[in-house]
Write a protein of this length. Structure first.
Length: 66
């Protein structure tokens, strides 16, 4: 048996969690017509998280940046 075992679990680093301070810029980018997958890539999150913001399911009370 070798000592080069992978760590238990997936060894995957969790994605970034979008915080309220990120939302105004994300909403501005959505309103400007940027693709959701490109916005998501910049934040290292699933595009579904950006879609939730777009639809108002998350952070609905936070306005877009000017």
């Amino acid at each position: 048996m070798t000592d080069d075992k992978q760590p238990s679990g997936s060894g995957r680093v969790p994605s970034y969690r979008i915080s309220p301070k990120d939302v105004p810029i994300i909403k501005k980018r959505i309103h400007m017509g940027e693709f959701l997958n490109r916005i998501a890539a910049d934040y290292d999150v699933n595009p579904g998280r950006i879609a939730e913001i777009k639809k108002g399911h998350r952070f609905a009370e936070i306005p877009a940046a000017e």
